[in-house]
Write a protein that binds this ligand. Structure first.
Ligand SMILES: [Zn+2]
Length: 229
């Protein structure tokens, strides 16, 4: 399989190329998808240098940023050796963090650059991480019309303090269990270039055979069953 991962920054490039390539191969095997674009990964030694590149001041929990498109597919990330100094994450979380970001790139390619509902992109990226803490979060309140709300960046930001990353993980986990990973891929592959919820509902119905309301109701039932086990 052809893969082209370029690593820069003050880390051991050989060590990290082997590590990241191994992780990337696992993602592609799991998603059964061949990604062939070049990926650039840049490690930063401080929050300040990362912020300078991104052009904004980032939060303590934000450590890696994927940008994707036809021109470049890039991940800006804090050097794992500096992770604990400049964030609330541990060095040992590197594999999970890079898995999450690489999955974003792969999903974007499956979607052919179409706009992906935020919950679907974040949820699947979390789902691909081997050991994650998303299952441990307590989700007591679920918004009515959840799929619509957490589909757009605006709605996602509004609910960011309500464990949306964890919620999206469970939502994707539920859909995979109920409809299979192949169906999730098919859904991503059939999205419109421009995301608009009423259109998305139609695509959802044509691929999974159910409405967004049915998904939400079944999802809450699933959450309840998860808590009971
Ligand atoms: Zn993400």
């Amino acid at each position: 399989m052809k893969r082209n991962i370029k690593i820069s920054g003050s880390v051991n490039p050989k060590k990290y190329t082997i590590l990241v390539t191994g992780i990337f191969d696992k993602i592609m095997a799991k998603l059964d998808f061949a990604y062939s674009k070049e990926i650039e990964i840049i490690f930063y030694d401080s929050r300040k240098s990362l912020d300078k590149t991104l052009g904004r001041s980032t939060e303590n929990w934000e450590v890696a940023f994927a940008s994707m498109g036809n021109k470049e597919n890039k991940i800006n990330i804090l050097n794992p050796e500096r992770m604990e100094k400049f964030s609330c994450h541990k060095k040992t979380e590197f594999a999970s963090i890079i898995t999450h970001e690489l999955t974003h790139l792969v999903i974007n390619d499956i979607a052919n650059g179409s706009a992906i509902p935020v919950w679907l992109s974040e949820g699947l990226s979390n789902w691909l991480c081997q050991n994650n803490d998303y299952r441990k979060k307590e989700l007591f309140y679920i918004e009515t019309g959840l799929l619509e709300k957490i589909g757009t960046p605006k709605g996602w930001e509004e609910l960011i303090n309500q464990n949306v990353y964890s919620l999206s993980y469970f939502l994707v986990d539920f859909i995979i269990n109920r409809f299979t990973l192949v169906k999730i891929k098919e859904l991503i592959n059939n999205l419109d270039k421009h995301y608009y919820f009423p259109r998305f509902q139609k695509i959802l119905k044509s691929i999974l055979g159910v409405s967004s309301e049915e998904i939400e109701l079944a999802f809450v039932k699933y959450l309840i069953s998860q808590n009971n086990t």
